[in-house]
Write a protein that binds this ligand. Structure first.
Ligand SMILES: Nc1ncnc2c1ncn2[C@@H]1O[C@H](COP(=O)(O)OP(=O)(O)OP(=O)(O)O)[C@@H](O)[C@H]1O
Length: 433
């Protein structure tokens, strides 16, 4: 059901007075039909542009309205009594924001004598009372808190299966590689051209699926030599062993890892010189000038935990690659458990970020940007279990709203199939390890 915001209602009233009921009725009807057509024809863009406002308005007046709201707070012991009048004082909703169908943020003015902690202690009771999955409480400013209400979990416990392997290079759009699903049930795509991808998540959050999904989505380009991927996997090569043959370079010990980063930087320099010689400012992926990807699993091992003198050199190389690589077709994908600046000083150089389940509230904003948890990215609340692995949040370009996503999952057999597909009819690849 679509509800009408107050501004529109006011405009309709004014119009009815000035233009008459028939003309106004025609205009309102036309607008409603237009909106319905838009909603039916392109639900994603409707939901992106109009949906949040309509939904917030509807929720404000249907889900969080007067008596229902005060009863919930009363049942959760979150009202107070005015000592002079003996009347019940209910914390007042100032604003409702509903960025996605499954998450609402209520800005609430708390009563004098109440603290955000009191609401935090009742978060579980509130979630049950609101028939929500979970409620997170955040302090906005003195006397104002935000209740971030996750109403439903849009994903099943079952993993999202790996996408079918595209067969031909012409089927692959590097600016929209499918990584999984979003909360609306649409494909979640990510550009891997001119981007550096940062994936943060605690151990077991499913970072591995975001190492393999991009490669699967680009499989024919890997086979045809239009994309070349290097991988650094300092956890004894555990994550990448099954898929080792598809990588151009693969390093599983420190010295090889440093050599791989250096070689990647050197290639970037060569590519830049070539493009300069041809007076080309931007490259097009081809066999002669492939898109180069450097995937670094547990990036923190390279940027914080290695020998300190060498870590500095690695950071310098990575900074050079990430500041200059985009236009020349050199991208970095970094996977980290601990997204702090101390662990990953080059964090800000990544252009696209995914936040899977993390261990603290502050890590959400570190990864996605200031204020994103307040806007609904409750990544620290995602349970760390297989039923929730691969679920996380992204903030897409041009948006300030976190989008809930789930990466598709590739088991070992899927990775073997990928290797067979990529290596079929292709000369053996070089491996540093
Ligand atoms: N996208 C996914 N969908 C469903 N389940 C997944 C997904 N990704 C991973 N899993 C499950 O979660 C487990 C942990 O995933 P994974 O090894 O990728 O985590 P990780 O974040 O890389 O952890 P670590 O940092 O310890 O390597 C996997 O064994 C798998 O069972």
């Amino acid at each position: 059901m679509v509800t009408v915001p107050p501004a529109l209602a006011a405009a309709a009233t004014t119009s009815a007075l000035e233009l008459g009921l028939t003309t106004t009725g025609g205009m309102v009807g036309g607008a409603a039909v237009g909106m319905l057509g838009w909603y039916r024809g392109h639900p994603a863009s409707f939901d992106h542009l109009i949906g949040p406002r309509l939904r917030a308005f509807r929720r404000r007046w249907l889900s969080y309205v007067g008596r229902r709201w005060s009863d919930i707070l009363l049942d959760c012991d979150l009202v107070s009594i005015n000592r002079r009048t003996d009347g019940m004082v209910v914390p007042r909703i100032i604003k409702v924001r509903s960025a996605s169908p499954s998450i609402d943020t209520l800005f609430v003015r708390i009563n004098r004598g109440q603290t955000p902690t009191m609401f935090e202690e009742k978060a579980e009771a509130l979630a049950h009372a609101l028939v929500a999955q979970r409620v997170a409480v955040m302090k906005v400013k003195p006397q104002v808190i935000a209740l971030v209400i996750e109403r439903t979990n849009p994903f099943d416990a079952d993993p999202i299966p790996a996408i079918d392997l595209p067969h031909d290079s012409s089927e692959v759009d590097l600016s929209a590689i499918e990584l999984g699903d979003d909360e609306y049930g649409n494909a979640w795509t990510q550009s891997l051209i001119g981007q550096h991808l940062f994936v943060a998540g605690a151990t077991g959050s499913g970072k591995g699926s975001l190492l393999w999904s991009p490669l699967r989505g680009m499989a024919p380009l890997l086979r045809d030599g239009i994309v070349q991927a290097d991988v650094i996997d300092l956890k004894e090569g555990m994550e990448t062993e099954v898929g080792a043959p598809i990588f151009h370079r693969r390093a599983i010990i420190w010295d090889d890892a440093v050599e791989t980063v250096e070689a990647f930087r050197d290639e970037l320099k060569e590519r830049q010189a070539e493009l300069r010689a041809q007076a080309v400012r931007k490259f097009t992926p081809s066999v002669a000038t492939p898109l180069r990807l450097l995937q670094i699993d547990e990036l923190g091992m390279m940027t914080a935990y290695g020998p300190s003198s060498e870590v500095r050199a690695v950071l310098k190389l990575l900074a050079e690659i990430m500041t200059q690589g985009r236009a020349a077709g050199f991208g970095v994908c970094g996977y980290v458990q601990e997204p702090t600046k101390d662990t990953v000083p080059v964090r800000e150089l990544f252009t696209s970020r995914v936040c899977l389940s993390v261990t603290s509230q502050s890590q959400v904003d570190m990864v996605l940007g200031d204020g994103m948890r307040l806007r609904g990215a409750l990544a620290d609340e995602i349970p760390l279990d297989p039923a929730h692995a691969g679920i996380g949040y992204v903030v897409q370009q041009g948006s300030r709203t976190p989008l809930r996503v789930r990466a598709s999952y590739q088991d070992d057999q899927d990775i073997r199939d990928l290797v067979a597909f990529v290596t079929a009819g292709r000369p053996a690849l070089r491996s540093v390890a």
